[in-house]
Each structure stands twice: as structure tokens, then as C-alpha cells.
Design a protein around this ligand. Structure first.
Ligand code: SF4
Ligand code: SF4
Length: 283
């Protein structure tokens, strides 16, 4: 079972929901928590532990100028403008390269081979009994979130229960994180911005064919517009977490709601059961 936790906008409490869901479920079995918000991963703040870390690399072209006759084929092929062929040399702009490997294939002189280039790291830890945490972290200034997300998902994919914390928004990294998931929890808040971005996120999950339900976080009780939208789109509002200074203070201390207030564990376990229902999984 693979559950994604997503949101159309940042700051809705998506990571908090993912972390508490994992914590609650770990009491009765193994859970793999995957942080795919690779530009700003933060699940490790809820689960501090010693991690093993390795580099994530992508292949990029390296050109042997002694074999190159400046025919221009590689520059014509590269749709990303990463290669410019001048009369006396070939210029390569690594920040534009998407590692498609095409230039290596089209070079008639076999003057191009591929070399690994670091784009970030993958860390794995076991912070609590029953929880494995896998975190992808993109290096600063590197625009290649998707390959790291693929790598962290690959690391976890065989595990029986996976909870994936996606990046906020609806861009390519979110789509990559959502691909292959059985159900998606969309976390929102009852503001006009929250509802606007929830609508975008619902469209993305619908296009991907992933069944989704909604968690309303920091609810002030005025959820009518969000509830109406969910009713119109046949979306189950699976959980509502009230606005509370106490809950905010728990999170600001880096603590988990389910750890500080164990009575919440049953609510997160109930959220999991609703995700199972969404995914059509037998209990
Ligand atoms: S395709 Fe090969 S030979 Fe032609 S310009 Fe590029 S590197 Fe040089
Ligand atoms: S690997 Fe692909 S994206 Fe990168 S330089 Fe070659 S053709 Fe361009």
C-alpha cells in the first residue's frame, strides 16, 4: 500500500499529517516514510536519528575534443540547449542538461561518454521501532528534483506500507512523487487560497487516476466552501484537525501530535482505514 500526502500549497501541515500517520501506524507494523519534498525535506525534524547517506548522481556527457570534428549533431539534438557547437570546441552547460543520454547516441564520432554528476543525497534511518525514514535532498541550486524523487521511491518501493510526503504544489516533482501511489491524502486549510490550491491538486490526482480524500487542517469551523467543493467532487473529508494553539505549540517544538497527545492515534489510524477504502484494499 502506497499513500501519498500532498497539498496544493505550502504550509498546510502536509508533513505533519504524514509524520503522525506513520507514527500511529508504527505501533502495529512496519512503515516506510519517504520524504519526496526534496528541495525542503523536513520529516527528519520530527524523527531525529543517525542516518546513512549516499550521493545521488545523474549521467552527464563528457566530450573528447580529440575525437570531435564539430559536426554539430549533438547541439542539434539537445532540446534543452545544454550543448553549443562552436567552430573550435563544444560548450556544455551542465545546469541545463536533463541527462537524457541522446547526445551520446547521436554522436557519429563516439566522442561523447557519460560521467556521473552529483545532484543531491539519499539518507536512510530507523528513528523508531517500526519506522524507516528515507529522505531525498537536492543540492542547493540544482534544478533536478525528479531524478532524486525516482531514487528515493526506488529505495522504498518493495516495502509493504509506504507513506510519501510530496512537495507542495502541482509541478513535475509532485507528479513524479504521486505516480504509482494507491491513494492520496490532500491536506488543505479553510482559506480562499487553500481551496483554490486544493482544486488544482484534485485535478492532478484525477488526471493520474489516483483516488484522493481530504484532510482539513487548522480548521476554524468555517469550512463550508471546502465541504461544498468536496461534496461536488465526491471527495471524502477523511479528517478535520481544529485550529489549536496547543497543537501549534506541539509542532513548533518539533514534537508529534500523536506522541504528545496519544488520544490522536486512533484518529490517524482511522485515516489509514479510509485510505484503504479509497484504494479498494481489503482490511
Ligand atoms: S556530435 Fe560528436 S562529433 Fe559532432 S560535434 Fe557533437 S561531440 Fe563533436
Ligand atoms: S544528455 Fe540530453 S539533455 Fe544532456 S546534453 Fe545530452 S542531449 Fe542534452
Amino acid at each position: 500500500m502506497k499513500i501519498a500526502v500532498a497539498s496544493g500549497k505550502g504550509g498546510t501541515g502536509k508533513s505533519m499529517v504524514a509524520a503522525n500517520l506513520a507514527f500511529a501506524l508504527a505501533a502495529s507494523g512496519d512503515v516506510t516514510l519517504v520524504d519526496c519534498d526534496v528541495e525542503e525535506p523536513n520529516l527528519h525534524l520530527f524523527f531525529p536519528a543517525t542516518a546513512t547517506t549516499r550521493e545521488v548522481t545523474v549521467p552527464v556527457p563528457s566530450i573528447d575534443e580529440s575525437l570531435c570534428d564539430r559536426c554539430g549533431e549533438c547541439g542539434k539534438f539537445c532540446q534543452y540547449g545544454a550543448l553549443t557547437v562552436l567552430p573550435d570546441r563544444v560548450l556544455f552547460f551542465p545546469e541545463l542538461c536533463h541527462s537524457c543520454g541522446g547526445c551520446t547516441l547521436v554522436c557519429p564520432k563516439r566522442a561523447i561518454h557519460e560521467e556521473p554528476k552529483r545532484i543531491g543525497t539519499l539518507s536512510a534511518s530507523a528513528p523508531l521501532r517500526g519506522i524507516k525514514l528515507i529522505t531525498g535532498t537536492l543540492d542547493a541550486g540544482v534544478p533536478l528534483a525528479v531524478p532524486i524523487i525516482r531514487e528515493v521511491k526506488k529505495e522504498a518501493w518493495q516495502d509493504p506500507l509506504i507513506i510519501i510526503d510530496t512537495a507542495p504544489g502541482t509541478s513535475c516533482p509532485v507528479v513524479e512523487a504521486l505516480e504509482g501511489c494507491d491513494a492520496c491524502i490532500l491536506v488543505t486549510e479553510s482559506t480562499p487560497f487553500g481551496l483554490h490550491d486544493l482544486k488544482l491538486a484534485v485535478d492532478v490526482t484525477a488526471r493520474l487516476g489516483i483516488p484522493a480524500g481530504v484532510v482539513i487542517n487548522r480548521s476554524d469551523g468555517k469550512d463550508d466552501e471546502t465541504l461544498q467543493f468536496c461534496a461536488e467532487r465526491d471527495l471524502d473529508v477523511m479528517m478535520t484537525i481544529p485550529f489549536s494553539r496547543e497543537i501549534a505549540a506541539i509542532q513548533n517544538r518539533g514534537n508529534l501530535l500523536c506522541r504528545a497527545r496519544p488520544e490522536w492515534q486512533k484518529d490517524f489510524c482511522a485515516l489509514y482505514v479510509k485510505c484503504q477504502a479509497l484504494a479498494g484494499v481489503e482490511r
